[in-house]
Design a protein around this ligand. Sequence first.
Ligand code: NAD
Ligand code: UDP
Length: 338
Amino acid sequence: MNILVTGGAGYIGSHTCIELLDAGFNPIVFDNLSNSSTIALDRVEEITGKKITFIRGDVRDSEALDQVFSQHDIYAVIHFAGLKAVGESVEKPIMYYDNNVSGSITLFASMERNNITRIIFSSSATVYGDPASVPITENFPTSTTNPYGGSKLIIEDVLKNIYVAHQDWNIALLRYFNPVGAHESGLIGEDPSDIPNNLMPYISGVAVGKLDKLSIFGDDYPTADGTGVRDYIHVVDLAKGHVKALQAFENKAVDNLYTVNLGTGKGYSVLEMVEAFKKASGKDIAYQITSRRAGDIACCYADPSYAKELIDWEATKGIQAMCDDTWRWQSNNPLGYK
Ligand code: NAD
Ligand code: UDP
């Protein structure tokens, strides 16, 4: 079965292609390469020994999408394509809404024209804003503090409205917590084009000697050691969640529109992550404590039990595998795919 994977050359998309191929699906990647490289797809082919169809295109281009849907028999779409840097979204809100929201609407319209009715959407735990408590369940109230989060919430709403009009569509809204790690081969991983915004690529950049020292954004949060706590999830576990979500479309006990958290249910602080990475890499991680980053929250972790119940998915990889695999990727590819 052909699966159209928008943004499939990116970090989560490339890992998902491996899991799709292993599960017998045939990914067709549609990506404009604005934040990725086809080398990732060559590596996916090397890991799996299978071929991937790649189409360079933009999800805002309805003609290109119509052409893909008419030329290939597509069973479902997994929609990763989008911009994801929170800080940049504050500076360039129009670019973010155009790419993420207009791109998604163009994609959904093309799906409707071509009778493609199954979609899995990459949402984010950012839609919970600053949660009143943890762990977070799917029925917590949603809110956003930046255009990136705003774009995710709008797209979720658009899909919910599409479902009202088309109850035969199958729609999965997957809210990811903090994806980290890399494929255990060390051949593919996260490859930020600029100075990383996220914690894990920053730590691994310091460990490999590309970056000087980590700034820890605040040690005065109401957490055990004062640093921010997040639910880090191994990208391979996350990728497998997409296969489970696809398979759940065939399960008549699952509603045609569903929302699930993809997290581990465990929170780790910034200092705990630094310690775990030191152990994995054998390197010292220089750091300094600086002031809080605007918009950051103290603590965020999932209640992942609904994903287990609904789509039979749970994370299996722990913090040490996340750090070991990141380090294998980073140390074997200090310059990423360049
Ligand atoms: P990524 O940047 O590595 O992958 C996104 C891919 O989409 C890239 O290959 C990029 O070239 C492509 N793309 C961007 N705009 C496009 C467009 N208009 N048309 C076609 N392709 C386009 O990011 P990722 O970490 O793999 O994230 C994938 C999805 O998951 C994104 O939607 C992101 O918002 C969401 N998400 C990511 C995280 C995270 O921390 N990585 C957390 C929650 C949700
Ligand atoms: N963080 C940090 N230094 C960095 C990047 C992140 O101290 O250079 C902290 C951040 O304040 C948060 C945690 O690490 O507590 C995870 O941040 P990330 O940006 O990776 O994810 P998000 O904030 O989106 O959950």
